[in-house]
Write a protein that binds this ligand. Structure first.
Ligand code: FE2
Length: 282
């Protein structure tokens, strides 16, 4: 999930986090964060030794999500997932995901210890690099996470980045974020990203399907997004509408076709800068 505000690497957990009172989980979070912390861009990615319990969380969630994807995911996402072929029985190593995504689309996946500042996250996309956390959600609630974890990053985003159409779109988004030098321009850009690449839906073969990593990695929300208030594609509205990350999204924007979404979003990203912000959103 794209971070929405500057935040420090998350090793301390908020008190309503499912792993807050589990010292073992907190220690795992710290150990996994240390691997991301130690990573040097361009160097090989060190493996995380996931526990059997963590592999089980991945197994359960990825099996259930794969079933739902057949029903709710757009074709381009399913093609990316088919090309990437993530393991279903264990948490994948970022090293292997990075190698495979890079071979398919030239995108890189790099580990970070936790949420990174908004500009850092989007700026990396301009270099065809996706910054990914490596920890996994708490085993007591395998279908819920209050923060982006490796399930969201890899099942949501990496499967998309394995499709060259999405890879180019992510890069164009990153470049737009770099040209958005004012905080206001970046904030509006982030909202468009949220309502498209995180929670976007599209009419495909007479049904509403999703291309949003947030929906594609959410076990509960993917089942109900068709019941949200579906508004027609409107970038100006997306960039000015507030959203709440702690609940299912009550409003989604639907593109009339996948091709149209790619065309319109590419045009928006490639033309975006501080001046475009003033013209479109201010
Ligand atoms: Fe995300």
């Amino acid at each position: 999930m794209a971070p929405i505000a500057d935040q420090h690497p998350m090793v301390s957990l908020p008190d309503d986090h499912p792993g807050f009172s589990d010292p073992e989980y907190r220690a795992r979070r710290a150990a996994i964060a240390a691997v991301g912390e130690a990573h040097v861009s361009g160097q090989p990615i060190a493996d995380v030794h996931y526990t059997p319990e963590e592999d089980e969380v991945w197994r359960v969630v990825s099996r259930e999500l794969a079933v739902k994807h057949r029903r709710y995911a757009c074709r381009a996402y399913l093609e990316g997932a088919a090309a990437l072929t993530l393991p279903a029985d264990r948490v994948p190593q970022l090293r292997e995901v990075d190698e495979r995504v890079h071979a398919l689309t030239g995108f890189r996946i790099e580990p970070v210890p936790g949420l990174v500042p908004t500009r850092t996250f989007y700026g990396a996309l301009a270099r065809r690099t996706f910054l990914s956390t490596q920890y996994i959600r708490h085993h007591s609630v395998p279908f819920y996470t209050p923060e982006p974890d490796i399930v969201h990053e890899i099942i949501g985003h990496a499967n998309m980045l394995a499709n060259p159409v999405f890879a180019d779109l992510y890069q164009a988004a990153g470049e737009a974020s770099v040209r958005a030098t004012s905080d206001a321009a970046l904030a509006a850009f982030s909202k468009v990203f949220w309502f498209t690449l995180e929670f976007g839906v599209v009419h495909e073969d007479g049904e509403l399907r999703t291309y949003g990593a947030g929906l594609l990695s959410s076990f509960g929300e993917i089942d109900v997004f068709r019941g949200a208030e579906i508004r027609p594609w409107d970038i100006r509205q997306m960039g000015t509408l507030d959203y709440d990350i702690t609940r299912y999204q009550p409003v989604l924007f639907a593109a009339e076709s996948f091709e149209r979404m790619v065309e319109d979003l590419t045009a928006f990203f490639t033309g975006y800068d501080d001046e475009a912000y003033e013209r479109i959103f201010a």
